[in-house]
Design a binder for this molecule. Structure first.
Ligand SMILES: [Cu+2]
Length: 730
């Protein structure tokens, strides 16, 4: 399965968009090659997905587009990155490895059906001498619990604390060597060995990995292994502490004392231990449709997984610690029959794509100026997708970047229009308008038509399928919107004429001023994702979009939630970005309801089985749309208000199910009575959502999916509690 391992030494000059006289460095990362799918860990014939994800650091290459050189150039960069190495089965044998080495790329694609069991063992073998030993526990063992970075002159650049910029633990970048797994888009328990993001798997290079692998493999066949697995973890943490003490590593010994103490404290209160000694076994079943509202099943669709260690989610995703999780069911069964094929032998081509950016930066503050990391696809830079004239392919795309804009327009440009923007970058900038309301109106993309570029007919958002009416109303569009954390499935139809087109993430310039908003893109090459080459007549390829009879039927558990269903249970949450020195985003304070994430405090408590309506406000001015994400249960978006484009809130004709929704940014309006923390009169943007908090009581989080915001506090700890009890009083 190591398809890309052998494809080395690509000459970057293959890409005719790059300037002349390029150096031709050798690079393990392929550029301009036909897109290939990541290696997969599928379910077995017994409906159990068994796999190992091993976190290790490795020197890996990726491709940057560099604007500091003359001429500007694509550059192969080699950095020490942490990575998810994937293995089929409970194995660490290289013959079972499905992920490449040496190339910056995501983890393996997990593929399981609704109803299947998922058993994935996570190992953390990160070398703590390579990645800063910042505290996972925040007990002040090091004097500085946050990751630090220095300027080129040696001054401390991060944290750069002041009265308005406290950067207090745990809401600062930290614990970059500690890992876990979040199964984003799954409807499973957030507790125990489920989709539990409240565990921290510590790096443990001294682990007897073979013995641990055997122990965990055996545990999966035990009827009730929790107690023995927890006992083994406690013994393993004691062994880690003893080793640290024997090696006279006082700092690590002290940290492990804190870890063991925290776990003992949790145990005393009947809570799940937070800290794990370099390993963690996941075990959950993807629930089938129970056919009984308000209970829900697992939506078949394009889900994904990623690291969710608070303080390091952004750095770890930039390292590549994310992968696709394709959950199959009736949805894909129907779509794979398009054009007369079968799911086993489809005529329609299914392309899975994970969009990632790569960087080794410790945190978001010390990014190297002049280098903008490209959005790579499946670890490939500017890959090529070949299509026949009029062919319809099925693209399943997950946005694993940590984009600072909150949402982007993904659209195709003709090669000629793209080249024109390469040659005339001033056209991007001069077209941007600043209406003076705290937002910018970015340049419109060049005009294009369905006869020139591929169209998108979306079949699902965030791994939740559309109804026929939703699909039919939104067919053959020239763009789709995609936020970090979100997914889009679309039937992509090639134009009837031959040619080459470039998919771009259109965010040329956003923000009140370039200097204070999120990083502006001034060169179209920094937002190019892939090229489509259309050539030849279709022979056996699918060329059809589905008719109603062929379209998958949305499961009953995804029935629309009405206002009456919520029974007047309303909440309002406000996402704010309070600017620090200079108003620059890296020093802003990221809050929900005026507070940063607080350990030990539940900010929202919902009752199991209840349906609620929440209004999510965004008071941020610099054009940033915070993508709201909540674990466990998807929600339906029933109202949107973007004050810069709407005179009143709008209800969608067909409310979409999502698990991540960007909240439109605020605008300045002197007549508004609403005043933000900086004293500006503003009109906030908002979305209204409805959700059923069903099936799984437990403790989990909601947060902004711009993960640099989450790491610094834009997150809440929440709980669903079961209000059924055996207590009687009569
Ligand atoms: Cu945010």
């Amino acid at each position: 399965m190591n398809k890309r391992n052998g494809i080395l030494f690509l000459v970057l000059a293959l890409l005719c968009v790059s300037a002349a006289a390029q150096p031709a460095p050798t690079c393990s990362t392929v550029m301009g090659q036909e897109l290939t799918a990541p290696g997969e860990i599928p379910s077995g014939s017994d409906h159990v997905l068994r796999g190992v994800i091993d976190v290790r650091e490795e020197n890996r290459t990726f491709i940057d587009y560099r604007t500091t050189t003359t001429p500007t150039t694509y550059t192969c960069t080699k950095r020490l990155l942490r990575a998810y190495h994937g293995y089929r089965g409970f194995s660490l044998d290289p013959k079972d490895r499905v992920t490449p080495t040496g190339i910056a790329t995501g983890g393996p694609t997990l593929r399981a059906a609704v109803g299947d069991k998922v058993e994935v063992i996570l190992f953390n073998h990160i070398d703590i001498t390579q990645f800063s030993l910042t505290s996972a526990t925040g007990h002040g063992f090091f004097g500085e619990d946050c990751d630090t970075s220095i300027t080129t002159t040696g001054a401390q650049k991060y944290p750069n604390r002041s009265a308005t910029n406290p950067e207090d633990f745990p809401n600062c970048f930290h614990a970059s060597n500690t890992a876990n797994l979040h199964y984003h888009g799954t409807h499973v328990s957030p507790d125990g060995f489920g989709d539990n993001v409240l565990v921290s798997v510590l790096p443990n290079r001294n682990l007897d990995t073979a013995a641990t692998l055997k122990f965990l493999t055996d545990s999966y066949s035990q009827p009730n292994p929790t107690a023995s697995v927890q006992a083994a973890a406690a013994a393993s943490l004691d062994a880690m502490r003893k080793t640290a003490n024997d090696q006279k590593n006082a700092v690590l010994t002290k940290q492990l004392d804190g870890v063991i103490g925290a776990n003992n404290e949790a145990k005393k209160h009947g809570l799940w231990p937070q800290y794990w000694p370099g390993w963690y076994p996941t075990s959950f079943t993807l629930p089938v449709d129970p056919g009984k509202l308000p209970s829900m099943g697992q939506s078949p669709g394009t889900q994904w997984y990623h690291s969710h260690q608070h303080g390091s989610t952004s750095a770890q995703l930039l390292s590549g610690m994310s992968g696709l999780f394709i959950i199959t069911g009736d949805y894909d069964d129907k779509i794979l029959r398009l054009g007369g094929g079968t799911p086993a032998k489809p005529k329609i081509k299914e392309k899975v794509m994970i969009f990632q950016k790569f960087s080794d930066q410790v945190n978001l503050v010390n990014s190297r100026p002049g280098i903008t990391t490209l959005i790579e696809v499946n670890g490939q830079a500017l890959p090529k997708v070949t299509m026949k004239k009029g062919e319809v392919q099925w693209w399943r795309m997950a946005n694993a970047t940590i984009s600072q804009h909150g949402e982007e327009r993904f659209l195709f440009l003709t090669k000629a229009a793209y080249q024109d923007l390469v040659d005339h970058p001033e056209k991007l900038k001069s077209a941007t308008k600043y209406p003076g309301n705290g937002r910018a109106e970015p340049a419109e993309p060049p005009t294009r038509s369905a006869s020139e570029v591929p169209t998108f007919s979306e079949t699902a958002n965030d791994g939740v399928q559309f109804t026929w009416d939703q699909f039919d109303a939104g067919k053959e569009q020239l763009q789709f919107l995609l936020a970090p954390g979100s997914r889009v499935d679309a039937l992509v139809k090639a134009p009837a004429t031959e040619g080459e087109m470039v998919l771009v993430a259109w965010t040329p310039l956003i923000g009140p001023k370039v200097s204070t908003g999120p990083p502006a893109v001034t060169d179209v090459r920094n937002i190019a994702i892939l090229t489509v080459v259309v050539s030849g007549n279709p022979a056996d390829e699918n060329t059809t979009l589905p008719a109603q009879a062929a379209f998958p039927v949305r499961p009953g558990f995804l029935a629309d939630i009405s206002a009456a269903d919520t029974n007047e249970r309303h909440r309002a949450l406000t996402f704010s970005m309070e600017n620090g020195p200079g108003g620059r985003a890296p020093f802003a304070q990221f809050k929900i309801d005026g507070k940063k994430f607080q350990e030990g405090t539940l900010d929202q408590i919902m009752l199991l089985g209840q349906t609620e309506e929440w209004t999510l406000y965004n008071t941020s001015l610099v054009g940033v749309m915070h993508p709201f994400h909540i674990h466990v249960n998807p929600f339906q978006v029933v109202e949107t208000y973007d004050p810069s484009t709407m005179s009143a809130p709008q209800a969608p004709k067909f409310p979409l199910w999502r698990d991540t929704i960007p909240i439109p940014a605020a605008i300045l309006d002197p007549a508004s009575p609403i005043v933000d923390a900086q004293g500006n009169h503003i009109v906030p943007g908002h979305v209204k959502i409805r959700s059923r908090f069903v099936d799984f009581p437990g403790t989990f989080v909601l947060h902004c999916h711009i993960l640099g915001h989450e790491d610094r506090g834009m997150m809440q700890l929440i709980q669903i509690i079961d209000n059924h009890t055996s207590v009687k009083h009569h």
